[in-house]
Ligand binder design. Sequence first.
Ligand code: SAH
Ligand code: SF4
Length: 354
Amino acid sequence: MSEMCEKQVLLGMSADDIAKLPLCEGFRARQIYGHLMDGRTFDEMTSLPKELRAALSSKYVASPVEILRIFKGKSGTKKYLYRLLDGGLIEGVYMPHDYGDTLCISTQIGCRMGCKFCASGLDGLLRNLTPAEMLGEVICANRENGGTAKKRAVTNIVLMGSGEPFDNYDNVLAFLDAVSAEGGINISERNISLSTSGVAPKIRQFAMSGHKVTLSISLHAPFDALRSSLMPINKAYPIAEVISAARYYFEKTGRRVIFEYTLIKGENDSDACAKELARLTRGFPAHVNLIRLNEVKESALKTPEKDATEAFKNKLTEIGVSATIRRSLGGDIEGACGQLRRRYLEENGEGEGK
Ligand code: SAH
Ligand code: SF4
């Protein structure tokens, strides 16, 4: 572990907590907090005296995240490869939209859920990300796109990168508090979506937490045998439990639940699947988001033709299910999360931590 890692990281702390630290007392704390939220290094905090900036950088680390590579895709989409203090690598996608720009962030390095179609889980879980690291992803990308805390470039966040947010529950909730804090980058929870593979007890716990983000649940299959073969977590929390937790979430928060459904050719795109999916999501406000599989080279699973995707959507709509086909997220730039990191590691040797 490098010397850097032993220094205290300031990003992620509240201004009040920063004020308790040596060199940061009094009005300096708010100044430092403001600079951190804009994504500045200590060197760039020019409203502070030069000696103080030098003293701060010998004692503290401003942000635990830096952008290592940027890959540009179609229509303004960018994919970031970030490096963490211990050399760990994570990725994120920036997507401009008319209603505001969305950043997809990672919550873990790798993932232990092992879904068959996903590149993030191929090597299992390396470690959880800290609240500061998740916040660092947002702050770096906001700055890289010309934003500040007051004039944001990133206006929406989706927790849909690598990792299972509910497998890192406490840190994710602390991140939600930090990113939505007034006086900080202050992204409203109404503009944040969290996607889970269906950790039913955590969905229930989250429903009671008072957080107001949009909940997406990755369903991907309406039959237990099929879902278990694609998503091993289904053996622990089968479909009935996930749906019951989703209903509970709606009852407690009044917010409709989004079900994500990645279409995989010949696996989950039949009429029978559409019918059963409709049955499962009936009776409470829900929406189905259809995603075309981003093919991962380590897996034989294929994406259905565009026509088949449309047909599946039409079938759902006919039965009365609210459904849309999601625009591919950076499919032209190693879209599926986890792929970019893997490619970087392959090309540069297993370089993490070095
Ligand atoms: N672990 C959480 C959040 C991260 S994955 C979850 O599983 O929900 C975010 C979404 O991307 C999930 O719906 C996931 O199933 C989907 N996904 C993962 N790999 C994909 C791929 N290769 N093609 C299309 N969607 C994929
Ligand atoms: Fe983990 Fe989500 Fe990928 Fe499944 S789809 S392995 S839960 S990141």
